[in-house]
Design a protein around this ligand. Structure first.
Ligand SMILES: [Zn+2]
Ligand SMILES: [Zn+2]
Ligand SMILES: [Zn+2]
Length: 123
């Protein structure tokens, strides 16, 4: 049972690596049709807790998940924009780190920057 669970996790991880972009529950389920919906939810939540992925709220109101690349275990940096195609819903992490100054005395907690546009496949 435990081994099976690990194999399933690996499949989800592979899907992220193969697609190389952020994925929603539905996108994952479409590419991993052997895994049921509840299991995908559970694995994604676990990945998020473990700091393997970060969450992005899409323009479509759905949650997307992307692999953490430059994160350290206790220091996550997600201050980059995300690009979402309004035609195919494809979501990608943008490379540039965003630096914005906030008023003195304010504390930075998180950054949510979403660019909506048309990807090269849909243009
Ligand atoms: Zn991270
Ligand atoms: Zn597109
Ligand atoms: Zn990202």
């Amino acid at each position: 049972m435990k081994r099976r669970n690990t194999a399933t996790k690996q499949k989800v991880l592979q899907a992220f690596k193969k697609e190389n972009r952020a994925l929603s529950h539905e996108m994952l389920q479409a590419s991993l049709d052997s895994i049921d919906r509840a299991t995908i939810y559970r694995i994604l939540n676990r990945f998020h807790e473990d700091g393997v992925v970060h969450k992005i709220l899409g323009a479509d109101g759905k949650q997307y998940f992307a692999l953490c690349v430059d994160c350290e275990e206790d220091h996550h940096r997600h201050d980059h924009f995300h690009f979402q195609c309004s035609s195919c819903q494809k979501m990608e992490c943008m490379e540039d780190e965003v630096s914005v100054s906030i008023p003195q005395g304010y504390q930075f907690q998180s950054f949510r920057g979403l660019i909506v546009g048309i990807c090269s496949d849909c243009a």
